[in-house]
Design a protein around this ligand. Structure first.
Ligand SMILES: Nc1ncnc2c1ncn2[C@@H]1O[C@H](COP(=O)(O)OP(=O)(O)O)[C@@H](O)[C@H]1O
Ligand SMILES: [Mg+2]
Ligand SMILES: [Zn+2]
Length: 460
């Protein structure tokens, strides 16, 4: 088992060197690319954008992800944190335990040995003070292993809004605590702010355009100069972090010049139909009990959302498709069904889209959905081309009678036929159904086919 240094004294005798966060990220990205792994496996599509994000971050520059609501800007930023955490797990990182900005002991060790590190700034003043107190024996400066970056320690998130004060970002000296404690170098006196919390890791600024200009400047300065000066203080702290910001295109005009100049903007587009289906299915599959949404119903919902997307005021981003899938899932789940029906899908789609319309526009929007919503019989026939659905319906009725309800068992008990074989083959090729049986899925398609859009009676 590897033995980790527990104190600065032990650390000084090891080979650990200061590694900037950008290099840490670069190392993990290189490893994954060499192994042929996807950098962000849970993000579908966007292959160029994913690559560009890490390319820019590996230069040490910050990125600003621009794109409309729901295109995974926030999710991409969270995945950068996942990558950094993989790096942390792979190569041990240490921090000075009592340091409010989790200072890298390598910086202190180098400072103590009179050497320069890649980090130009002087070490953290609180740590320097500990060093001065320790004189020659640093065995009282205790280290911890940073095995994960988590909120407050190697990761911080700023939510853009007009009321964010610069001192929330740069930190502050708490003068009240100073009066109580009396020692300006006591770590409790310094409140590190978002930048100090993000030191050694990632600072995520959501909706940066909504921040007041003073706060935007505070961010840029720290990112650029590698130091932060807390308010009410003359001390500076060295910081090293990756900056990922996001903005909606509408707020781009509120980005101050320095932000535009220093951050590299990457636009995140909407993904294609197939990827949007995967996104909606992924979100619905997170919920238990699981309900399977047959691919053609999912496609129908996502296609309808996309057909109405050009309607600007509705703002139908990928979240509308996700919501449609979630509501369809609920509709089936509430009735104890494990496979969503056509009615569930219809319910999900109408509710999700109408849910984005203003009260007085709802009737009009509903008419527009009706307008793009296809006839389900024709739709299934088109997508299940080569399968004689009408033939299966006839055999089913002959076998089970006119009132029988479509079910997997009912389908399985039909005599073997070319049509049934074609169904099974289609399912295997197109439905990532996991444990859901093809017969259960086909039963839903056939029920919808037989009744048609009007016959299902789920919407007036
Ligand atoms: N390309 C994608 N791949 C996987 N999930 C996505 C993708 N685009 C959007 N999502 C999902 O859609 C939801 C909204 O994404 P989010 O990152 O919050 O969007 P934004 O911050 O751009 O508004 C999240 O659940 C996210 O996982
Ligand atoms: Mg977001
Ligand atoms: Zn420190």
């Amino acid at each position: 088992m590897e033995i980790h240094p527990a104190t600065l004294e032990q650390f000084s005798a090891t080979e650990h060197r200061f590694v900037p966060v950008r290099d840490l990220l670069a190392a993990v990205v290189r490893r994954k690319l060499r192994a042929g792994q996807d950098l962000f496996p849970d993000i579908f599509g966007l292959s160029f954008e994913k690559r560009r994000i890490v390319e820019v971050l590996a230069t040490g520059r910050g990125v600003i992800l621009t794109g409309r609501y729901g295109v995974a800007k926030t999710d991409l930023a969270k995945h950068v944190l996942t990558l950094l955490n993989e790096a942390c797990a792979a190569s041990p990182l240490f921090a000075v335990e009592r340091c409010p900005i989790q200072e890298d002991p390598a910086i202190l060790a180098a400072h103590r040995a009179g050497k320069k590190t890649g980090c130009q700034a002087a070490p953290c003043p609180i740590c320097t003070h500990m060093l001065d107190d320790a004189r020659d024996d640093c065995s009282h400066i205790v280290l911890t292993r940073l095995s994960r970056l988590e909120e407050g320690r190697g990761f911080a998130r700023v939510q853009g809004g007009g009321d964010v004060l610069p001192e929330e970002i740069v930190g502050t000296y708490n003068l009240l605590k100073l009066a109580q404690i009396g020692d300006p170098f006591d770590p409790r006196v310094f409140e590190p702010g978002k930048i100090g919390q993000a030191n050694r890791g990632l600072l995520f600024v959501d909706e940066i355009g909504k921040l007041p200009e003073t706060a935007q400047h505070a961010l840029i300065q720290a990112g650029q100069e590698g130091i932060v000066t807390p308010s009410k203080s003359r001390q500076t702290f060295p910081v090293d972090f990756l900056l990922v910001a996001t903005t909606n295109p509408r707020d781009e005009e509120y980005l101050c010049g320095a932000v535009r100049d220093r951050l590299v903007s990457i636009s995140i587009p909407l993904v294609g139909l197939e990827d949007e289906m995967r996104i909606a299915a992924k979100e619905a599959a997170k919920l238990k009990p699981q309900v399977y949404i047959p691919q053609l119903f999912l496609r129908l919902m996502v296609e309808t959302v996309r057909a109405l997307r050009a309607d600007e005021p509705l703002e139908l981003g990928p979240r509308a498709s996700i919501n449609a899938a979630l509501i369809a899932r609920s509709s089936a789940m509430l009735e104890g069904r494990r496979v969503a029906s056509f009615c569930d899908a219809k319910e999900g789609m109408y509710t999700a889209i109408l849910g984005k319309a203003f009260f007085e526009d709802k009737a009009d929007v509903e008419r527009r959905i009706d307008g793009v919503f296809p006839d389900i019989g024709a739709y299934l026939k088109r997508h299940l081309a080569g399968i004689d659905l009408a033939e299966i319906v006839i055999v089913f009725r002959q076998t089970h009678g006119p009132r029988a309800i479509w079910s997997a068992a009912g389908l399985r008990s039909l005599p073997a036929s070319a049509a049934a074989d074609a169904c099974a083959a289609w399912c295997r090729a197109h439905e990532p159904a996991g444990r859901t049986s093809c017969a259960a899925i086909m039963a839903e398609y056939l029920a919808a086919y037989e009744k048609g859009s009007e016959g299902c009676g789920c919407r007036g």
